[in-house]
Design a protein around this ligand. Structure first.
Ligand code: NOJ
Length: 490
């Protein structure tokens, strides 16, 4: 047993509300497989991963973890892990293969999600459903450039959203419109390393403009999130009695030199560029942060008065995905035209040579629970809305085969222990947190990193057709720590 597993602080016992939801989060493109089965249309990720050179290990998501076929076994395994809820995303192009407002519905796609939802409910697990986890229908990208064209994209997304509320809303009471709209645009349109693969960098991408498109796409996401939420609230909420929100990414930023006022300001600016970019319009001032307008000028779109009113207050909760913390140093020279971070440098160590945390198997991710605790308080103090933790987790070095050592994943257990303890402490201090979804249930297809980055509490043998699952110890750690220790019992 790891030291973390033994250290269940008695003072935190039972601090989480009885109806606290906990479980695992996944995304359709990363787990389902069946990429072209039963009438499914292509998404931009299906296209992207079949383009040579785009995915690190050359893999595709054709089969992924085969959860499309194995959902019953997966629900049973999750149940054995003690969870109360499951967060998953719907594949838009499985439901409407071509994606558009006038395109036909694929009833077999609907049937799959009906089956999954029913299986969850039969087993006593609450579904949390994300409408969009990065997989725009490829056809919409080709027709009009996807989210770059807000006018054409809006009716298509709203028709998809309305259809989902109509077909699944009798059983789904927790809706998330977009997952990490920031990462979708930063990786897809600024860096160009995710689908649809656009940027200013011609060695990487044939088309794109990182200095403008990134902000245009973000604007489309924010406004269409708000329009979808309005439809839900106006047409469905009274009858279905659910809630709707958005999930934002955001790591914590600490000053590189804690005594340098310029680094302190730079760290706050970094938090605003990363988080308040989306959160201020939705939960705060109703507009983009001033520091962004100052740096970006007209490259940052403006909300119309109608959009502002629609966007402010459009989310019933703050969906938080977070993984790590960085040290942030100010830059003295003017910001680069393609900068999206607030003209700062992100570093792994501070001026005292202290590391931001132990290294995982993923270059950007290190274990940094203290920063997580600060992030929870920063978000709570700035916005004062209930927080749903919708993703948090880690990879670990050397997880290549299901050996006893790999399955006894103490590195991941230590990660979860540190972060969940911070969460419980924040709750004890008065922060309203209502869920914890760990990322993720099984190892899966980690986008452009392919199968190499394993975030699961279940090891998957990707070499075999069966995609055999092997539970790791962390699954049982979370069951005992959250399920048995932290959540208040009857
Ligand atoms: C956030 C994303 O929502 C998810 O799809 C991804 O796999 C994890 N981060 C880990 O990188």
């Amino acid at each position: 047993m790891s030291s973390a597993a033994r250290d269940f602080l008695a003072k935190l016992k039972g601090v989480l509300r009885k109806d606290f939801h906990w479980g695992y989060a996944t995304a359709a493109s990363q787990v389902e497989g069946a990429w072209d089965s039963d009438g499914k249309g292509l998404s931009i990720w299906d296209k992207f991963c079949h383009t040579p050179g785009k995915v690190k290990d050359g893999s595709t998501n054709e089969d992924a973890v085969r959860s499309y076929d194995l959902y019953k076994e997966d629900v049973a395994l999750m149940k054995s892990y003690g969870v109360t809820a499951y967060r998953f995303s719907l594949s838009w192009s499985r439901i409407i293969p071509l994606g558009g407002a006038d395109d036909s519905v694929n009833e077999r796609g609907i049937q799959y999600y009906n089956n999954l939802i029913d299986e969850l409910i039969t087993n006593g697990l609450t579904p949390f459903v994300t409408l969009f986890h990065w997989d725009t229908p490829q056809e919409l990208e080709e027709r009009y450039g996807g989210m770059l064209n807000q006018e054409k994209y809006t009716p298509d997304f709203l028709r998809y959203a309305r259809l989902c509320f109509e077909r699944f809303g009798d059983r789904v009471k927790h809706w998330i419109t977009y997952n990490e709209p920031g990462v979708y645009t930063l990786a897809g349109y600024a860096a160009g390393v995710h689908a649809p693969g656009r940027s200013s960098f011609r060695d990487r991408n044939e088309e794109g403009d990182s200095s403008t498109e990134t902000f245009i796409v973000a604007h489309t996401e924010i406004v269409t999130h708000a329009r979808a939420a309005k439809i839900y609230r106006d047409e469905f909420k009274t009858k279905q009695r659910g809630e709707i929100g958005i999930t934002l990414h955001g790591n914590y930023s600490e000053p590189w030199d804690a005594d340098d006022p310029e680094d302190i300001t730079a760290a706050e600016r970094a938090r605003q560029f990363e988080i308040a970019w989306f959160a201020d319009p939705i939960y705060g001032s109703g507009d983009y942060p001033t520091c962004m307008r100052e740096q970006l000028g007209n490259r940052l779109p403006s909300f119309t008065d109608e959009e502002k009113m629609l966007v402010k207050g459009s989310s019933d909760f703050y969906g938080m995905n977070t993984y790590t913390t960085f040290f942030v140093k100010h830059r003295s020279e003017p910001a680069d035209i393609n900068d999206h971070l607030g003209n700062i440098e992100k570093l792994d160590t501070n001026n005292k040579g202290e590391s931001r945390g132990p290294e995982s198997g993923t270059y950007w991710l290190r274990t940094a629970p203290k920063g997580f605790g600060k992030l929870l308080r920063w978000v709570w103090n700035r916005y004062h809305v209930p927080i749903y933790m919708t993703e948090n987790g880690t990879t670990a070095k050397g997880e290549t085969a299901p050996t006893d050592e790999v399955l006894n994943d103490t590195f991941r257990i230590d990660f979860f222990h540190g972060y969940v303890r911070e969460l419980a402490q924040a709750v004890q201090d008065g922060v309203d947190i209502r869920s914890y979804f760990a990322w993720t249930f099984t190892d899966n297809w980690e986008w452009a990193a392919g199968f190499s980055d394993r975030f699961g509490v279940t090891f998957v043998d990707f070499e075999t057709r069966e995609k055999k699952r092997y539970p790791k110890r962390s699954a049982y750690f979370l069951r005992d720590y959250i399920g048995q220790h932290l959540i208040a019992q009857d």
